[in-house]
Design a protein around this ligand. Structure first.
Ligand code: HEM
Length: 275
């Protein structure tokens, strides 16, 4: 898909958030053109499956790609797990075929996720390595930040029925970040302690780093199984194991802060109205 198309799709998708937050109650034909654009939205409205909003997206800035996809999927009036063109507001007519990548005449959640993640890029989200909300990280550091965002939310989780949805979302972040990091590990400059251990054996260095990222990923899968099974003791044990994995990985491979090139100093934002 061309980037311009992506950006156009993304902006329509963004403008449809209000629609997505407020699932349709009218027959689709009755909805006026442009419904969802700038409409007030029904914050806090119960909506279909409203309590499962991932426990944190609403009213806290941009929703993640997964949250956005979940919200759009609330338009699934007949509950068949996919969106037909009739279930969507009219402004989707033009971009529907573009999002429907498998051309089956329906939008599945996975197809919306692909588009939603491109929305981070369209807004300049991942620039500088940070995975935008739902956007794919662009470098190893950005991937690690994504792992960290997910892991922070898991460290103090009670792993009970009330945290399950949120836990699964955070686990998704950890896994996505670890997979991305694994794919970009060859770009990590050898830290001094790694240089001392591996010398010029770059291949061995990369294999060992990949192995440790894989071990962390495996633990995150165990964690997911424990959460899905409602086994909070096993979930907490997996978090402790992941914590140890982080320590080991960082001790062996992470350069010290002062080893890194200095980050550019950000200029303070000019006060509103100042020239
Ligand atoms: C739960 C697991 C982990 C968490 C939460 C985590 C978190 C982080 C964070 C926050 C950073 C700093 C990113 C920045 O520069 O702002 C980082 C960097 C790094 N992490 Fe992890 N990490 C985890 C696991 C691992 C593992 C298993 C490895 C194994 C190789 C690893 C290797 C690295 C390396 C090499 C860096 C330095 C990247 C660079 O400066 O270019 N991490 N990690």
């Amino acid at each position: 898909m061309k980037m311009t198309t992506l950006i156009a799709c993304s902006s329509i998708l963004l403008s449809s958030i209000a629609f997505a937050q407020s699932p349709p109650t009218d027959p689709p034909q009755g909805r006026p053109a442009g419904a969802g654009q700038g409409g007030p939205g029904r914050q806090g409205g119960p909506g279909a499956g409203g309590q499962g909003q991932g426990g944190g997206g609403q009213g806290q800035g941009a929703p993640s790609g997964a949250q956005l996809a979940q919200r759009l999927m609330q338009a699934d009036a007949n509950g068949d797990g996919k969106l037909s063109i009739e279930e969507l507001p009219p402004q989707f007519a033009e971009i529907f075929p573009t999002i429907d990548t498998n051309k089956d005449g329906f939008l599945e959640e996975s197809e919306i996720l692909v588009l939603a993640s491109s929305q981070g890029e369209a807004r300049g989200g991942p620039r500088g390595g940070r995975g935008g909300a739902g956007g794919a990280p662009q470098n190893f550091e950005g991937a690690m930040k994504q792992v960290n965002r997910g892991f922070k939310g898991l460290k103090d989780s009670a792993f009970d029925a009330t945290t399950k949805t949120k836990d699964l979302e955070q686990i998704q972040n950890v896994q996505a970040g670890l997979v991305a990091a694994k794919g970009m590990s060859s770009s990590v400059r050898m830290a001094p302690q790694a240089k001392a251990k591996y010398g010029d054996d770059n291949a061995k260095y990369l294999m060992d780093m990949r192995m440790q990222l894989l071990a962390a990923l495996t633990t995150s899968l165990e964690l997911e199984s424990a959460v899905l099974a409602g086994n909070s003791a096993a979930a907490k044990a997996a978090v402790a194991k992941l914590d140890a994995s982080e320590d080991k990985g960082h001790t062996e491979f992470q350069p010290d802060e002062d080893e890194k090139p200095a980050a550019p100093v950000a200029k303070p934002a000019a006060p509103a109205g100042a020239k």
